[in-house]
Design a binder for this molecule. Sequence first.
Ligand code: FES
Length: 95
Amino acid sequence: MERKKLFLSKNRHHVVINYKKHEIIGNNKQIILEQLELYGFLIPYSCRSGICGKCKLHLISGTVKLLNKSYLDNIHEDGMIFPCCCIPISNITLL
Ligand code: FES
């Protein structure tokens, strides 16, 4: 119930986050790592600030936005992203 309130707030746009074939309704305001955690997915992490690389996931489709330009090195050409410093701006699929 609490989770539903969070995602239905007026200031957020909903996006579908598909993680390992599980679909969740997320938003475009919160980092991907936190959104996955809210749904019970345990993503390995350490720094939560784009430094260690432990949370790295493969972005199969969709678009993400970095929260801070200093994280620019954290979106790689091979599609790997650090979900601790990215928000989804479209529906996304992650592995
Ligand atoms: S937790 Fe360190 S880069 Fe994401």
